[in-house]
Write a protein that binds this ligand. Structure first.
Ligand SMILES: Nc1nc2c(ncn2[C@@H]2O[C@H](COP(=O)(O)OP(=O)(O)OP(=O)(O)O)[C@@H](O)[C@H]2O)c(=O)[nH]1
Ligand SMILES: [Mg+2]
Length: 537
């Protein structure tokens, strides 16, 4: 027998043996699995020796696990708070994916033939564009790789403003987020792995979120505000892919590296350059300030949420107890009526809701008013056409939680939510005329609270005073001359501020409304439009 034939025969036998052994191993494993399933718990040690041992996590994986365990104290503090105290803030650690491994080519066989054989296995099969049906050509042809393939870049991490979100609660589930790793190069991807970066990890946040990011691993720190939908910022770049490398020859000369790498890489670091680099890591602080044109402020129960539901399609919780609203609600003036009626489902459920609402309200207002018509909080400003060309056209209204005196010392819901007024342009200050014994002091208390939080809130933003619940004035309000009340009120405000800034702090207008009957809505629209016109556009 010739040597080649002998070897082939031997090789054949050998491979036969391998298959055989593998099959019997599989069989063994199945048997073991069955025994383990059938055996009582205490005897499981019998099979332990034969079962597959659990692989020890790689060092990198261990480091990753350790990092995931390390959550900062500030994160733990934040997520243990109630939702209304954390919906507008989040801490996250964002990490770009690791780059994929570059390909390592083993030492070549000597001679031209060896080279060919070596390369034959490394490359990819592509469509043969010369192929014609019926011809002799193959449909697919093999393209040998010219050089070892590079690993792909790891996924990067972006923070993106998205209209579909209005809070940051979805980012409180965990602290660490990591993008996908880059693809490793292998014979079939050849050089293409480098161009196949995995999809980036996109962290979606509401419009109006400030992103403050400390990035390590060569990345730049970021401090930016995402103010338009779709706007995004890169916080952590994925790691570079490893380079393709040819193993150095045994003579000890350096390995031939793929283009871009230093040709002097010695025998020690040729393996390292084939490894993908780690992605950048960013510690990110996200703070949301809702972006709105009009902000509704006032004492708890002043009727802020009710006004919001009366002038927009928003349907916030309304109830006759303080602190019903815990997080800001948003609505758009002149939003299309179809949208929320569609959302409300069938007509029947809506009627039920209205009935439920009417029930609570009738209870709130005492038996003597049982004959009242059903309160209708559906929009008084429903026709979008009425607002065309008006400064109020699609203005966003934010209904804030109730504010009380000494809120800056943590009373009530505190004052943290006042940050949401920062991006409102006009403030609507609601005072419950029916319940207030002294509307002026109620008003001044809140103004002082605003001023203590941020002097710009009272100095720079025009505000309209809105006396609410005028339908409830009852006998007290019958003979009430509204112009009189207005004058007295304005006189009081002027006197209070006479020694300080004076006119700068005066209201732009005073209106009397009822969200229930729709009284005064026209005045409100007029005053708000004036206030907007007074701002320089
Ligand atoms: N009759 C009458 N009742 C009103 C009017 N506006 C509000 N109410 C009632 O006043 C109560 C409080 O209204 P809300 O809109 O929840 O008050 P709020 O200012 O949002 O209160 P918080 O969210 O707790 O700060 C509810 O029972 C409303 O039905 C109004 O114009 N007329
Ligand atoms: Mg409310």
């Amino acid at each position: 027998m010739k040597l080649g034939a002998y070897l082939r025969a031997g090789a054949g036998l050998q491979s036969h043996g391998v298959v055989h052994r593998a099959a019997s191993a599989r069989l063994d494993r199945r048997l073991v699995a069955r025994t383990v399933a059938a055996a009582p718990a205490h005897s499981s040690s019998v099979s332990r020796g034969r079962g597959r041992r659990k692989a020890k996590p790689s060092r990198e994986r261990q480091q990753q696990q350790q990092r995931e365990k390390n959550v900062p104290k500030k994160w733990e503090d934040l997520v243990s708070r109630p939702e209304n105290e954390r919906f507008d803030e989040a801490f996250v650690s964002l990490e770009g994916g690791r780059g994929g491994r570059g390909e390592v080519w083993r030492k070549r066989q000597g001679g031209q033939q060896g080279k060919k054989a070596e390369r034959r296995g490394r490359g990819r099969t592509v469509k043969n564009f010369k192929y014609k049906p019926g011809g002799q050509q193959a449909k697919q042809i093999f393209l040998a790789a010219e050089s070892p393939g590079e690993g792909g870049r790891g996924g990067s991490v972006y923070v993106e403003a998205d209209e579909r979100y209005d809070n940051l609660l979805h980012l409180h589930q965990r602290y660490h987020y990591r993008a996908k790793d880059g693809p490793n190069a292998n014979p079939s991807t050849a050089r293409r792995a480098a161009s196949r970066a995995p999809p980036p990890l996109t962290v979606r946040v509401p419009v109006g979120t400030t992103v403050i990011s400390k990035t390590s691993g060569g990345g730049a720190n970021v401090a930016t505000e995402l103010m338009t939908p779709g706007q995004r910022v890169l916080v952590a770049l994925g790691g570079d892919g490893g380079l393709g490398v040819e193993e150095p020859r045994s003579s000890g000369r350096g390995g031939r590296l793929d283009e871009g790498a230093t040709a002097t890489a010695n025998a020690l670091d040729w393996q390292k350059v084939s490894h993908g680099r780690q992605g950048q890591r960013a510690q990110v602080h996200l703070v949301l300030r809702v972006k709105a044109d009009i902000g509704l402020v006032g004492l708890p129960n002043a009727g802020k949420s009710t006004l919001l539901s009366a002038i927009t399609m928003a349907r916030p919780d309304i109830a006759d107890y303080p602190f019903t609203t815990l997080v800001p609600n948003l609505g758009v003036i002149g939003g299309s009526a179809a949208s929320w009626k569609g959302n409300g489902g069938g007509g029947s459920s809506e009627e039920e809701e209205e009935e439920g609402l009417a029930g609570t309200l009738a209870g709130d207002w005492g038996g003597d008013e049982g004959a009242d018509p059903e309160p209708d909080y559906s929009s008084f400003l429903e026709e979008p056409e009425a607002f065309e060309e008006s400064p109020l056209e699609s203005a966003v209204v934010a209904d804030l939680p109730g504010l009380i005196g000494d809120a800056h010392m943590g009373k009530g819901l505190g004052r943290v939510f006042l940050r949401h007024l920062k991006r409102t342009r006009v403030i609507c200050h609601l005072v419950d005329l029916a319940a207030a014994s002294d509307p002026l002091s109620d008003y001044l208390q809140i103004r002082e609270e605003l001023r203590m939080y941020n002097p710009d809130y009272v100095l720079e933003k025009p505000h309209v005073v809105v006396f609410t619940k005028c339908d409830l004035l009852g006998p007290r309000g019958e003979g009430l001359d509204r112009d009189d009340v207005r004058e007295k009120f304005l006189g009081g405000v002027k006197e209070f501020y006479s020694r300080s800034e004076g006119d700068a702090l005066m209201p732009a207008g005073v209106v009397f409304i009822s969200s229930r009957t729709g009284e005064g809505m026209d005045d409100l629209v007029k005053e708000l439009s004036e206030a907007f016109r007074s701002l320089d556009f």
